[in-house]
Structures are given as structure tokens and as C-alpha cells.
Design a protein around this ligand. Structure first.
Ligand SMILES: [Zn+2]
Length: 74
């Protein structure tokens, strides 16, 4: 498990291209995007509202096929 340093910025620690592990993240479905995945040929990616173990939350768009993070959005 990743240990987070408690700096002032309450942003989630996830980045584009990372494998999205829904076990680690408390993920709630947010919306679908009709956008091609950056990493495979999937034509749709799914947005989730996620929260880490420290309660920091954000929204990420994940490809349902290769499960890589395509974007972080507000
Ligand atoms: Zn993909």
C-alpha cells in the first residue's frame, strides 16, 4: 500500500497512465466519456469519483478495457 506524505495539497495520488485498482480506491461511478482510450483501442472511458484512505477525493477517467487512468478531471 502506498504511504502518503501529509503535505498541504489535499489531492489524490493517482496519475495518468497508472493502472486503476478499484480495490484500493473507493470508486463511485460518475459518468461515461465517448473518448478513445490513450493506451488501447477502447472507444469509451468511464469516470469515477474516487477517495483514498486519507479521505482525499478526486475524479478520474478510466478505460474499462485496459484499466489505465486516462485523465483526472474536476
Ligand atoms: Zn484502454
Amino acid at each position: 500500500m502506498r504511504r502518503a506524505l501529509l503535505h498541504e495539497a489535499p489531492t489524490i495520488l493517482i496519475s495518468v497512465g497508472e493502472d486503476f485498482k478499484s480495490i484500493v480506491w473507493k470508486a463511485q461511478y460518475d459518468m461515461d466519456f465517448n473518448t478513445e482510450c490513450l493506451f488501447c483501442f477502447s472507444e469509451r472511458i468511464t469516470g469515477y469519483r474516487v477517495e483514498d484512505e486519507l479521505g482525499r477525493s478526486g475524479k478520474v477517467a478510466v478505460c474499462p478495457h485496459c484499466e489505465k487512468v486516462n485523465a483526472i478531471y474536476a
